[in-house]
Design a protein around this ligand. Structure first.
Ligand code: GDP
Length: 434
């Protein structure tokens, strides 16, 4: 999916426009502990195009002077977006900060669409002409509060999508990403896996896509390590802002089949680790938990077991994810990774036969009868797998209200026992049979 980044000074109305673009769509997701949904990153659509939208205004870079903040926001937009939407305030006219941002955008050669906000009525339209001075092409009048003019701006943005080369090569490779908070050793691990400093790639500014993937072959299978360039190119300053690292993680997750959630064995688990892992879980990807820096951990005979217990405790929603212990620095235990990646990927793509599925369901119900509520009993008529990646099952029932969380959980465990979905979430949806 192409990405639009929204940039502009504070108070020009970025968030209002951002919300207008994404509409009121809220993904229906199950509750994951520790995951806060902020609206920094969302999806929108226009004229049959689906795209991601980033509100760079939501990325606050603490302790930096104002000019430095807007500069970084513009740079993040350049790194992350295919099309940049710059928003200015039509009531204030061109400011020095607008000129400053416009210059950075111009140098990037990324396509920019310029929206002049707060043009609430027709008489105000003449106020837009002075924005030609920014050198970003035609200014478009919009009104975030009245919902006017946005269509024309999106038309322009979508026009630019047509020139983007699609980056999803339709091959049979398994896309693997490494996510985690700064300094857990993501880049070190990628380097250790690839065996050399291959991650460092030349920095071609401007028009090319920044998400560069690296091919890797293991045991006759083709993998792609997602966004290996991004790991190097983006400075620590950026990654250190939590919202930006969440955004990066989201982008990597979106493009992968298997996600490695990297933890720092030396420092232990913190809240931010859970949030990042929660994103991968919510997205329904195959997941492996990788504890890095295992070399730096003082060990007795039980250390690994203890750490794994702690992982299980802290990441209860990831009870299906295997845990691996490695050291990127020493290169140790790395061979344990790919067999687990393969296993998780197979689980993620697993298809089970309807007949076998229904046998398992019937057995499960006979071992543990379905719940009742106000004298009515849940009746499961039939189940079928509707998709893979992750495996998703639809159960046809007499009344969806009767499918309690705990019973769905029980059925999930039974399916896991019967078919082995190690490393993959599975989704169970109840539908009323008509
Ligand atoms: P990233 O921000 O997640 O990409 O982390 P880096 O790969 O840049 O690593 C952060 C720091 O941790 C660097 O100083 C690395 O040398 C160090 N580091 C990475 N992996 C290991 C490891 O396995 N053991 C130890 N002791 N240090 C590591």
């Amino acid at each position: 999916k192409p990405t639009i980044a929204v940039v502009g000074r504070p108070n020009v109305g970025k968030s209002t426009l951002f919300n207008r673009i994404i509409g009121e769509r809220k993904a229906i997701v199950e509750d994951t502990p520790g995951v806060t949904r902020d609206r920094l990153y969302a999806t929108g659509d226009w004229l049959n195009y689906e795209f991601n939208v980033i509100d760079t205004g939501g990325i606050e870079i603490k302790d930096e002077p104002f000019q430095e903040q807007i500069k970084m926001q513009a740079e993040i937009a350049i790194l992350e977006a295919d099309v940049i939407m710059m928003i200015v305030n039509g009531r204030e006219g061109v400011t020095n900060d607008d000129l400053f941002v416009a210059r950075i955008l111009q140098q990037s050669k990324k396509p920019v669409v310029l929206a002049v906000n707060k043009i609430d009525n027709f008489e105000m339209r003449s106020d837009i002409y002075e924005f030609y001075e920014l050198g970003l092409g035609d200014p478009y009048p919009v009104s975030g509060s009245h919902g006017l003019g946005l269509g024309d701006v999106l038309d322009q943005a979508v026009e630019h999508f047509k020139n983007i080369e699609t980056d999803v090569a339709e091959d049979d490779s398994v896309r693997v990403s490494l996510i985690g908070r700064p300094n857990v050793g993501k880049s070190s691990l990628v380097n250790a896996i690839l065996g050399e400093e291959r991650v460092i790639v030349s920095d071609v500014a401007g028009t090319t896509r920044d998400a560069i993937d690296t091919d890797y072959h293991y045991d006759g299978e083709h993998y792609k390590l997602v966004d290996t360039a991004g790991m190097r190119k983006r400075g620590k300053v950026y990654e250190a802002t939590e919202k930006y690292s969440v955004l990066r993680a989201n982008r990597a997750i979106e493009r992968s089949d298997v996600v490695l959630v990297i933890l720092d064995g030396e420092e232990g688990i913190i809240e931010q680790d859970k949030r990042i892992a929660g994103l991968a879980h919510e997205a329904g990807r195959a997941i492996l938990i990788v504890v890095n820096k295992w070399d730096a951990v003082k060990k007795d005979d039980n250390t690994m077991k203890k750490f794994e217990d702690q992982v299980r405790q802290e990441f209860q929603f990831l009870d299906y994810a295997p845990v691996a212990f490695v050291s990127a620095l020493k290169g140790s235990r790395l061979p344990t990774l790919f067999p687990l990646i393969r296993l998780a990927n197979e689980s993620h793509k697993k298809r089970v036969q309807s007949s076998t599925l229904n046998e398992v369901l019937v057995d499960s119900v006979s071992m543990n009868p379905t719940p009742t509520d106000k004298g009515r009993r849940l009746n499961i008529f039939y189940g079928t797998q509707v998709s893979v990646g992750p495996p998703t099952f639809v159960l046809f029932v007499n009344d969806v209200e009767l499918m309690h969380f705990s019973y769905r959980r029980y059925l999930e465990n039974q399916l896991r026992k019967a078919f082995d979905f190690t490393g993959s979430p599975i989704h169970i949806i109840s539908r009323k049979r008509n």
